[in-house]
Ligand binder design. Structure first.
Ligand SMILES: Cc1cc2nc3c(=O)[nH]c(=O)nc-3n(C[C@H](O)[C@H](O)[C@H](O)COP(=O)(O)OP(=O)(O)OC[C@H]3O[C@@H](n4cnc5c(N)ncnc54)[C@H](O)[C@@H]3O)c2cc1C
Length: 322
């Protein structure tokens, strides 16, 4: 349905706000709508003054889940390469394969949240007083970097210098770019365009400036978040461009079928420092590199559970089939 809506909007047949109209009022009597869709009826009435028992509602697809994240060991939820960091839930990658099916993130949180907590506690206890020491100079440079938006005007080191940028404007442009060019249906030309725009936004984000002080300052928080948002967006765009097939939630118009050779391949992004000087973790100057990793085949006993006919029958009976 999301793909169909996307196609209509891109063909210029969208609704005024870039979605489509969904009309249940001509399909069901008013009392059935109120009984079967009580919260939808209530929300549209209260928030948009739209009576869905009498008129159409404007709808559109939105981001539902990020099918990627920190690479972790599945048994311990330990992040690879960063001792002491544990990740579970939507921030962790590799759990749901190419798509997250309805309801599965709840069980993900229960199982892997427990594992992450358990192993993080075990790791901390195992240090037995010998905690890793933090280098003060790293703290100082992180603090200076965090406070930079307050002195954006004085930022002169970038060759592409200019006036301070409003973080909200940058955020909006980033959202629009990712929505339009790396969205539901992906095309090579559009993703390349997106990567150019992301590079430009990254330069401009160095000049993200804020006013006021450190106490509750959402503009500053956004300026800090922007660095990570830009990195994640670039990872998504690079990986989507690299993966020349369609699978799960990733649809390439120029490669519409699944390709067996991609099946066991995961794409890993890392922040590296091309100059060799800076720490490879600098989110502003570091470069993203993409590598392919071959996944282990699914164990035979697990694969046996996937008798397709049985599975579809079971899911349909449980009303879980999407
Ligand atoms: C519209 C929609 C519908 C969905 N429906 C379903 C469904 O029906 N069933 C299902 O199983 N899943 C569903 N999901 C997915 C599911 O809700 C999420 O995957 C899940 O809630 C993720 O949980 P989490 O704890 O990993 O992350 P989150 O719930 O995102 O929690 C992360 C927390 O970290 C906090 N945080 C962020 N940055 C910082 C920071 N710097 N310092 C301190 N705290 C910070 C955030 O405020 C947040 O509270 C849906 C998602 C969406 C968007």
């Amino acid at each position: 349905m999301a793909r169909a809506i996307n196609a209509e909007v891109k063909e210029g047949r969208g609704s005024p706000h870039g979605g489509v109209f969904l009309d249940v009022s001509t399909r069901m009597p008013a009392e059935v709508i109120k009984r079967r869709l009580p919260s939808m009826y209530h929300q549209f009435k209260e928030l948009a003054d739209v009576d869905i028992t009498a008129e159409a509602m404007e709808v559109g697809p939105t981001c539902h889940y990020v099918m990627g994240g920190i690479a972790v060991e599945s048994d311990t939820a330990a992040a690879r390469g960063v001792p002491g960091l544990y990740a579970a839930g939507e921030v962790a990658g590799g759990m749901h394969g190419s798509n997250r099916l309805g309801g599965n993130s709840l069980s993900d949180l229960l199982v892997f949240g427990r594992r992450a907590g358990w192993h993080a506690a075990e790791y901390a206890a195992g240090l037995a007083g010998a905690r890793p020491v933090v280098d003060d100079s790293l703290i100082d440079s992180a603090a200076a970097e965090a406070l930079r938006p307050f002195s954006a005007e004085a930022e002169i080191e970038e060759p592409a210098g200019g006036p301070p940028e409003n973080p909200y404007t940058l955020h909006q442009e980033l959202q629009q770019t990712m929505n339009d060019l790396v969205g539901i249906i992906r095309r090579e030309t559009e993703m390349k365009q997106a990567l150019e725009k992301l590079a430009e936004l990254r330069v401009r984000a160095r000049r993200a400036g804020v006013e006021g002080h450190r106490q509750f300052n959402p503009g500053w928080h956004l300026a800090l978040d922007l660095r990570n948002m830009l990195l994640v967006s670039e990872c998504v765009a690079r990986a989507a461009l690299e993966r020349t097939e369609s699978r799960g939630g990733h649809t390439r118009e120029d490669h519409p079928s699944m390709d067996r050779k991609w099946r066991p391949v995961n794409l890993l992004c890392a922040l590296t420092d091309p100059t060799g000087g800076l720490a490879a973790t600098d989110p502003v100057r570091g470069q993203i590199t993409l590598t392919r990793e071959t996944t282990e085949p699914v164990r035979a006993d697990l694969l046996a559970l996937f008798d397709k006919e049985e599975l579809v029958k079971y899911l349909a009976e449980e009303e879980l089939y999407e």
